[in-house]
Design a protein around this ligand. Structure first.
Ligand SMILES: [Zn+2]
Length: 312
């Protein structure tokens, strides 16, 4: 499974409209609270490394004055989990909670965390981010209020009354292969030597397969002969779902003429191995579905093992 896919909670989405029940869950002794401060996630240092900070209710109550939104995430083994979205208390958090607690960017720390923790933090981050960026109704501009335990925002203008739901932006990502080579591209802003799979957002009126074919053609000029689904990954930076594919190109003819990619080229497995050994090639981070699409293709040939080269 991909990073951010191991959420252990039962979301109990059918219970969210029951405000009295949600309030009971919030009051429970066992309740645990994840904290998102603007775009950062609260982690706790333990003897064996960092984990998601799971605050007790008394700890969470100390943060109440800075809480902009509260979201019920779900429950596991009778323990309710909530997310609190905070603003403006970055400097006071260690004083309030202790030095073991620190805010961190989930994107650069997820690989250190237990898999369920990274998934919980991704879910919490996505929900808080959506709430804090939808404080006003997109239809009439009036303030919205949080309902359904943080999963719906309702317009407070009685003549509009629109309900807004968390949005997830669908992006496709594809490893394109032809024979013993795969097609990787790079953006000018990426670190030197880094190449990754082709990706882009789904457009209205488009199937996932059409988006895969369009992005391949737009970014590299390559026509695809076969497209097959691989896996998907929640990507809460800020609100995407990455839908991953493997594809086979009709030919290796490239035409890189758009603004998105600085370069795209075919890499054989041996070229990837050589590039990783001498440092001229860097692959995307282990937490990304891009890395996993590359790894699964690379390892599919006998005698090739990407982990032996990358260490992850
Ligand atoms: Zn409205």
């Amino acid at each position: 499974m991909n990073y951010f896919s191991h959420n252990p909670l039962n979301r109990f989405s059918e219970m969210r409209p029951d405000e009295a029940h949600m309030q009971q869950l919030w009051q429970m002794q066992e309740t645990r609270v994840l904290v998102v401060h603007e775009s950062l996630s609260l982690l706790q240092q333990h003897d064996l490394g960092r984990q998601a900070a799971l605050l007790s209710r008394p700890q969470a109550d100390q943060l109440a004055s800075a809480a902009m939104v509260q979201v019920y995430l779900g429950s596991e083994n009778g323990v309710p989990y909530f997310a609190l979205g905070l603003e403006g208390v970055q400097d006071t958090l260690p004083t309030l909670l202790g030095e073991a607690y620190a805010l961190a960017d989930l994107r650069t720390t997820a690989h250190e965390l237990p898999l369920p923790d990274s998934a919980l933090l991704a879910y919490a981050r996505g929900m808080v981010h959506w709430n804090l960026r939808h404080r006003f109704c997109a239809n009439c501009g009036t303030l919205t209020r949080s309902t359904h335990a943080g999963h719906v925002r309702e317009c407070t203008n009685g003549n509009c009354n629109l309900h807004h739901f968390p949005r997830t932006d669908t992006a496709i990502i594809v490893l394109i292969a032809e024979g013993d080579a795969c097609l990787l591209g790079r953006q000018a802003v990426w670190p030197s030597g880094m190449y990754a799979t082709i990706a882009g957002f789904l457009e209205p009126g488009e199937t996932l397969e059409q988006a895969v074919a369009r992005e391949a053609r737009e970014e590299t000029g390559v026509a695809l002969a076969e497209i097959s689904y691989h896996s998907s990954q929640p990507w809460p930076f800020p609100s995407s779902i990455m839908v991953g594919f493997h594809a086979v190109a009709a030919s290796r003819n490239l035409l890189v003429y758009n603004d998105e990619l600085e370069d795209a080229r075919w890499f054989t497995r041996d070229e990837i191995a050589a590039g990783l050994r001498d440092g001229s090639l860097r692959l995307p981070p282990v937490i990304s579905i891009s890395y996993r699409l590359i790894r699964d293709w690379y390892d599919a040939a006998a005698g090739y093992n990407l982990e032996a080269l990358t260490g992850y």
